[in-house]
Write a protein that binds this ligand. Structure first.
Ligand code: HEC
Length: 243
C-alpha cells in the first residue's frame, strides 16, 4: 500500500471513531435507553403516549398518519380512532394547532418539532430526561438532564412527583439524587417501560426507514460478497490462458 493511500485509510478510521451519535448532553451520566426499533409493539405503545401527552404542544411535522399506519402495521381506521384526535385527515402530517407565537407567550419558549429529536439528542439523553424531572421547593418543575427547561413534567400522573435530595460538594449545594415523594399510577419499573416505548417511537420518528435500510443493507452486502467470488473465479479463468 502506498503512503498516500495509507494516510487516507487512517484519516477515514479516525473520522469514523469521532463521529459517534450526537448526545447533546452536558457531560452528566446518562441512563441507557436500550431501545429496539424492530419492536413494532413498543413503537405502537410509544405512539399512543406521544399523541396523548406530547402532540398538544410538539408537532412531528415530517410524519404523516398514513405512513404511521403502514409502518406500525395498523389499518387506517384504527389509526384514525386511536391516534388522530384533531380534525386531521389520514394523509396529513402530525402538526399542532398552537401557534409558535402563542406558545412562546404561554410557556416562555416554543416547543420544538420532535421529528428529528432522537438524532440531535440521542436516545439515552431522551430516556434520562424523562426520568429526571423533579419539583423544587417552590413547586416548580425542573429537570436534572435539562436544567431550567420551560417544559412541565407532563408525564407526572404516571411517574408521580420526585423531589431532590441535596448534598454539599466543595462548598456548593448540589442535587445528589431524586426520591419519589408521591407515587404515580405506574410503578417505577412500569414508568421506565413507558418512557422506553416513547423513546423507541421518537427513534423510529427520526428515521422511519431505518429497519428497511438495514434489512436491505444485509442483502446488498451478501450480493457484493457473492459477486466478488464470481468475479474472482472469472479472473482466474481468463488469466489461466494468459499465464
Ligand atoms: C405544555 C406543552 C408541552 C407538552 C405537553 C410537552 N412539551 Fe416538550 N417541551 C415544551 C417546551 C416549551 C419545551 C422547550 C423547553 C426549553 O427549551 O426550555 C419542550 C422541550 C422538549 C424537549 C427538549 C428539546 C430540546 O431542546 O432538545 C423534548 C425532548 C421534549 N420537549 C419532549 C416532549 C415529549 C416526548 C412530550 C410528551 C411526553 C412533551 N415534550 C410534551 C412543551 C411541552
Amino acid at each position: 500500500m502506498n503512503k498516500k493511500l495509507l494516510s487516507c485509510v487512517f484519516s477515514l478510521v479516525a473520522l469514523l471513531a469521532v463521529a459517534g451519535p450526537a448526545s447533546g448532553s452536558g457531560g452528566e451520566a446518562l441512563e441507557h435507553a436500550n431501545v429496539n426499533v424492530r419492536d413494532t409493539a413498543a413503537i405502537q405503545r410509544g405512539a399512543q403516549v406521544f399523541v396523548n401527552y406530547c402532540l398538544s404542544c410538539h408537532a412531528a411535522s415530517y410524519m404523516r398518519y398514513n405512513r404511521l399506519a403502514e409502518d406500525l402495521e395498523l389499518n387506517e381506521e384504527l389509526v384514525m380512532e386511536n391516534l388522530v384526535f384533531a380534525d386531521a385527515k389520514i394523509g396529513d402530517t402530525m402538526t399542532i394547532a398552537m401557534q409558535p407565537k402563542d406558545a412562546e407567550a404561554w410557556l416562555g419558549k416554543a416547543p420544538p418539532d420532535l421529528s428529528l429529536i432522537a438524532r440531535s439528542r440521542g436516545t439515552d439523553w431522551l430516556y434520562t430526561y424523562f426520568l429526571t424531572f423533579y419539583q423544587d421547593e417552590s413547586g416548580r418543575w425542573n429537570n436534572i438532564t435539562f436544567p431550567n427547561a420551560s417544559m412541565p413534567h407532563v408525564l407526572w400522573p404516571l411517574q408521580g412527583i420526585q423531589k431532590p435530595v441535596y448534598a454539599t460538594h466543595d462548598g456548593h449545594e448540589v442535587i445528589d439524587h431524586l426520591v419519589l415523594a408521591k407515587p404515580g399510577i405506574e410503578s417505577p419499573e412500569e414508568y421506565e417501560d413507558t418512557v422506553r416505548d416513547l423513546v423507541t417511537f421518537l427513534k423510529y420518528l427520526s428515521e422511519p426507514s431505518e429497519v428497511k435500510r438495514k434489512n436491505t443493507g444485509v442483502w446488498v452486502l451478501l450480493f457484493l460478497a457473492l459477486f466478488a467470488l464470481v468475479s474472482y473465479a472469472l479472473k482466474a479463468e481468463y488469466w489461466r490462458d494468459v499465464h
